[in-house]
Write a new protein. Structure first.
Length: 102
């Protein structure tokens, strides 16, 4: 706790414009990184839910949504398995860039 005052002194000058720009850039990079990591799951969820919804409209007597839940969960787990290595590479690249920049 005491060393945090050395990193950001209380009596020091606080450059609001510079600090707000730095925070905004950091949040922007973080959002883009999370969007790049989660985009396959967003696309998968949209396509699968659209297909299941359309099939449910075509067969109203069958509770198709509840029947397809295990297959959708399996597909999501398979997608996670298939994309886990690129996710970690993206995260490590972003994290190392943040560490280098400071």
């Amino acid at each position: 706790m005491l060393s945090s005052y050395a990193a950001l002194p209380v009596a020091g000058e606080f450059k609001t414009q510079f600090d707000l720009i730095a925070v905004g850039e950091c949040l922007s990079r973080s959002f883009i990184l999370t969007l790049r990591i989660s985009s396959p799951f967003i696309v998968y969820a949209l396509i699968v839910n659209l297909a299941v919804g359309l099939a449910s409209k075509l067969t109203p007597q069958i509770p198709l949504y509840f029947v397809t839940v295990p297959a959708v969960a399996y597909g999501g787990l398979w997608l996670l398995y298939a994309t886990c290595k690129p996710f970690l590479e993206l995260f490590l690249a972003g994290f190392s860039a943040w560490l280098e920049k400071g």
